[in-house]
Design a protein around this ligand. Structure first.
Ligand code: NI
Length: 210
């Protein structure tokens, strides 16, 4: 995405959706904890059931991840900068976890550009970043639904600097717990240490920093 426009648009959408809870909620982002979740759920629900396709073209649903946390990022493989940077940060964070903790979180990259991001392309792309990263695509309708559930903004942009179209899109990373509830929402560029600390605490059922 083009960073400035995407973040501004995402912030505008979030402000619109979350409304008055934003000021209370924003300082908590990235820290997790029960207060964030209960407060957020009172005004807006993030997440929900989905049906998508994995890199082998097989149908996967949220039920396939039952019992594990999910670290979810939305983007597209043609993204020139933001997606590769954020997926790199996610990969660094995953490497900071020991295997036992890492086994309890499924890192998932969901495309918002399914017209170009075929299952095979998604599989090849996520493999560039981390062996644990799962790439998911789907029909336009499936993608629109899951993007709406996560309040993901996106739109196609023609850019004269590129021979192919770009996508403006929200660039938040979501940590969902093993019950499908939102633990934390990370802004683009969150330090990998912060991601790893929050994931580790969450899968262990601890408060971050404890
Ligand atoms: Ni991107």
């Amino acid at each position: 995405m083009r960073r400035k426009l995407g973040i501004a648009a995402a912030a505008a959408i979030l402000l619109g959706v979350i409304g008055g809870s934003w000021l209370w909620w924003a300082p908590q982002a990235g820290k997790g904890g029960p207060g964030l979740r209960s407060g957020l759920v009172s005004s807006v629900t993030i997440g929900g059931p989905f049906t998508l396709q994995n890199g082998a073209g097989e149908t996967v649903t949220d039920a396939d991840f039952a019992g594990r946390h999910m670290l979810i990022y939305f983007g597209y493989t043609f993204c020139p900068d933001v997606c590769p940077t954020e997926l790199g940060n996610i990969a660094v964070a995953l490497n900071m976890l020991d295997d036992k903790d890492a086994d309890q979180v499924a890192p998932v990259f969901i495309t918002i550009d399914p017209e170009r991001d075929t299952p095979e392309l998604m599989a090849d792309y996520v493999a560039l970043f981390h062996e644990r990263l799962v790439g998911l695509t789907g029909t336009r309708g499936q993608i629109d639904k899951v993007a709406q559930q996560y309040r993901i903004f996106f739109r196609k942009v023609e850019d004269p600097d590129y021979t192919y179209y770009l996508m403006d899109h929200s660039s938040f990373v979501y940590l969902m717990d093993d019950q499908g509830g939102l633990v934390s929402m990370f802004a683009y560029g969150t330090e990998p240490e912060n991601l790893a600390d929050t994931i580790r605490a969450s899968v262990r059922g601890e408060q971050p920093g404890a």
